[in-house]
Design a protein around this ligand. Structure first.
Ligand SMILES: Cc1ncc(COP(=O)(O)O)c(C=O)c1O
Length: 350
């Protein structure tokens, strides 16, 4: 039996735990009632996040899901249509919130790498006709999780934003892992928000905070989002305790992500040596693979028996996510286990 602390946990970058310095910052945070606009640490976080994301203002929210759903609620009215990728988090994993919370209709497009093609967006756009929903919002997820951490570079984002302007669509970026995308592109996060109307960023994923996301946009958008956050139950009182962790994540987290990306490449290069695995391109902190022998569930069970946790994902894929709580030994263990799976299975007929 493997002791819990020694498990190499590749299930998600949400599993990181705050270390001693972060806990001390949380314990010592200056706080006030944030719903009354009186929490100095939270105000500091929102100002810093707005600048980091190149927007006029930002709002702290408890989760990435709330950030995205508040954005939809501000951009859309009931009966509107939201154009997004069919494998996006907002379409697949937010409890049907686009319809349930905002009365809007999602239109999920197929795509090769998680990012809508220009032609597909143009085709999905509804003409002004009483029979049609009003196309209102284009959502883009960067990096794209189910596609395996794929990255949308600034040039392609620019083309989508230009098309959205022509069609008079607003643009929301689900940037849960936007900093990973920026690191991968060698650009600043604000280059990946240029021209978009709103962007969410998770502090609680690779950046390492225990809780929280920010939603940024211009001042009028964020003022409207603040009202919706209250309605959705996301107004918190002495939330500076969480903001203190968020500030540390925003300041120190980005510098740790390149190592996560390098480790994902290390895992991928071992998997690439075996023809048992079919690998999606690895561009950030995720490795997404299919096994040609055995089932994804078999592979995940085999890895668990070796002290490595991974997740079965849509499309019969197995996902590995690297993050700052992993150690070199965990990465080696994962690589060794993958190398051992290959000969064991490839020699047997299915
Ligand atoms: C791309 C993406 N967007 C949004 C979210 C939602 O974040 P949260 O779990 O904080 O609600 C996730 C969570 O995994 C995600 O991967």
């Amino acid at each position: 039996m493997i002791e819990h602390d020694s498990v190499a946990d590749f299930r998600s970058d949400t599993v990181t735990k705050p270390g001693a310095a972060m806990r001390a910052a949380m314990a010592g945070a200056e706080v006030g009632d944030d719903v009354m606009g009186e929490d100095p640490t939270l105000i500091e976080l929102e100002l810093e996040a707005a600048e980091f994301l190149g927007k006029g203002a930002a709002l702290f929210v408890p989760s990435g899901t709330m950030a995205n759903q508040v954005a939809v609620h501000v951009h859309c009215r009931p009966g509107d249509e939201v154009i997004c990728d069919r494998r996006s988090h907002m379409f697949l994993f937010e409890g049907g919130g686009i319809a349930g919370l905002s009365g809007a209709q999602p239109n999920g497009l197929d795509s090769e790498d998680g990012f809508p093609e220009l032609g597909a967006v143009r085709e999905a756009f509804r003409s002004d006709d009483v029979h049609h929903p009003r196309s209102r919002l284009l959502c883009i997820e960067n990096t794209h999780s189910v596609a395996g951490g794929r990255v949308l570079p600034p040039e392609r984002l620019g083309q989508l934003v230009e098309l959205a302007r022509e069609l008079e669509l607003s643009v929301h970026v689900d940037g849960a892992r936007l900093v990973n995308a920026a690191i991968a592109c060698g650009c600043s996060p604000s280059e990946l928000t240029r021209g978009v109307d709103s962007v969410s960023l998770c502090l609680s994923k690779g950046l390492g905070a225990p809780v929280g996301s920010v939603l940024a946009g211009d001042k009028a958008f964020v003022a409207a989002a603040r009202r919706v956050r209250k309605t959705f139950g996301g107004g918190m009182r002495q939330a500076g305790i969480l903001a203190a962790a968020g500030l540390m994540a925003l300041r120190n987290g980005p510098g740790k992500l390149q190592l996560d990306h390098d480790r994902a490449q290390a895992v991928a290069s071992v998997a690439a040596e075996s023809d048992v695995f079919e690998l999606a391109p690895v561009e950030s902190n995720m490795v997404m693979l299919k096994t040609r022998a055995g089932s994804p569930e078999d592979l995940v069970a085999f890895l668990a028996s070796r002290g490595v946790l991974a997740t079965v994902y849509p499309g019969r894929q197995v996902r590995f996510v690297t993050h700052q709580d992993l150690q070199d030994e965990h990465v080696r263990r994962c690589c060794d286990a993958l190398a051992d799976w290959a000969p064991q299975r490839s020699s047997k007929p299915e």
